[in-house]
Write a protein that binds this ligand. Structure first.
Ligand SMILES: Cc1cc2nc3c(=O)[nH]c(=O)nc-3n(C[C@H](O)[C@H](O)[C@H](O)COP(=O)(O)O)c2cc1C
Length: 357
């Protein structure tokens, strides 16, 4: 077995391999987490888009299959209420699509989903006692955070800049995820909205390692052993890998998303806010091209996505992902169609070989 030289994350999280499965809302639950844990990595359950009951059932399924630690992941955004003018403007931008697809804007469902970490989720953490709790978009308010810390959970969150990393470490994060610009899914940014100045993984990791006393976990564009070895060379104590698992047998992403991953290239993803209201990287689709990829008119997170729901449903039934998130990172083309256990083993074995550990 590989004798990793930096054991900070391995010891902190009680895992054998310095590889964390990225929590991916809509793309994987207990079976994916179990498969990664079986290969010695850290499994994760993304809890932002599922009920407390479902999350609890997933943790029970994980605990029934694996002896190792689990990471429960939550969003920590502060919901905003848009003005009536802003809501009307967004619907106006979408009006041509409503007409094309025969959707009556008067019948749009209320926008929901992607709730921020709240009292009920915190009570779930207190009762299930996951070994790791991770947040995206900063951290929850102090009262909730101290309740999480009181359970003894290791707390981590994503930083997209050195300033965000410092902010997280000062507020008690035990480790910080360096989420580079290459990363798939939502950017974890919370101190800046400027997407033009976001650093890539190669630049961010060593600067965060230099700035922080807590261990750094590299994320973004790491999809095989070469990427993992490079991140560890830059000073990361571990890697967090997402897109590489999007064709795994245990992944639960829908057919049009899987198809987009099969067609992913180095140059066909972009950062967009038109699908949810927050910047996120995904495979380019029609709505991203035509309204964005970044638009000032998109409603705040997660409300921009609400009115797209009926369009998404109709398009998806026709085999098209034109109106939905096809989240993927810049290295998604390296994803392989096999078990997540095999993917994990291959990544860590190649990295260990390259690093001669
Ligand atoms: C499909 C998908 C869904 C994601 N959902 C979440 C999520 O629910 N919570 C979270 O913290 N990060 C989420 N992310 C971001 C990942 O945590 C991570 O930063 C990213 O996958 C790393 O880049 P990579 O995809 O190039 O490996 C998601 C990423 C993808 C690709």
């Amino acid at each position: 077995m590989a004798a990793w030289t930096d054991r900070r994350i391995l010891d902190l999280l009680s895992i054998e391999q310095p590889l964390l499965l990225a929590p991916m809302a809509g793309a994987g639950l207990a079976p994916l987490a179990i498969a990664v844990a079986d290969a010695g990595g850290l499994g994760a359950i993304p809890c932002s888009s599922i009920s407390v009951e479902t999350a609890t059932a997933e943790v029970v399924a994980f605990r029934g299959a694996v002896d190792g630690p689990i990471n429960l992941n939550f969003f920590a955004h502060r919901p905003e209420t848009p003005t009536a003018e802003a809501s009307a403007r967004w619907l106006e931008r979408l009006a041509p699509y409503f007409e094309e697809f025969g959707v009556d804007p008067a019948d749009l469902p209320p926008a929901g989903g992607r709730a921020p970490f709240d009292d009920a989720m915190c009570a779930m953490v207190e009762s299930l006692r996951p070994e790791v709790v991770s947040f995206h978009f900063g951290l929850p308010e102090e009262g909730l955070l101290s309740r999480v810390k009181a359970t003894g959970a290791v707390v981590v969150s994503s930083a997209t800049t050195v300033a965000e990393g410092r902010w997280l470490a000062e507020r008690g994060c035990d480790a910080v995820i360096a989420q580079g610009y290459e990363a798939g899914g939502h950017r974890g940014n919370f101190l800046t909205d400027d997407m033009d100045t976001q650093p890539g993984t190669m630049a961010l990791v060593p600067q965060l390692v230099d700035a922080l006393h807590v261990p750094v976990i590299a994320a973004g564009g790491i999809a095989d052993g070469r990427g993992m070895a490079a991140a560890l060379c830059l000073g990361a104590s571990a890697v967090q890998v997402g897109s590489a698992y999007l064709l795994a047998d245990e992944a639960t992403n829908v057919a049009v998303h899987r198809q987009a991953i099969r067609e992913a290239r180095d140059d066909n993803t972009a950062i967009t806010n038109v699908l949810t209201g927050r910047p996120a990287r995904g495979v380019l689709n029609r709505v991203m091209r035509e309204l964005g990829p970044l638009s000032r008119d998109a409603l705040p997170f997660p409300l921009a996505g609400g009115p797209l729901g009926p369009l998404r449903k109709i398009a998806e039934a026709r085999g098209s992902g034109d109106f939905q998130p096809l989240w993927a990172g810049q290295a998604a083309a390296l994803a392989r169609e096999t078990s997540a256990t095999a993917i994990t083993r291959d990544i860590v074995e190649v990295a260990a070989r390259l690093l001669r550990v």
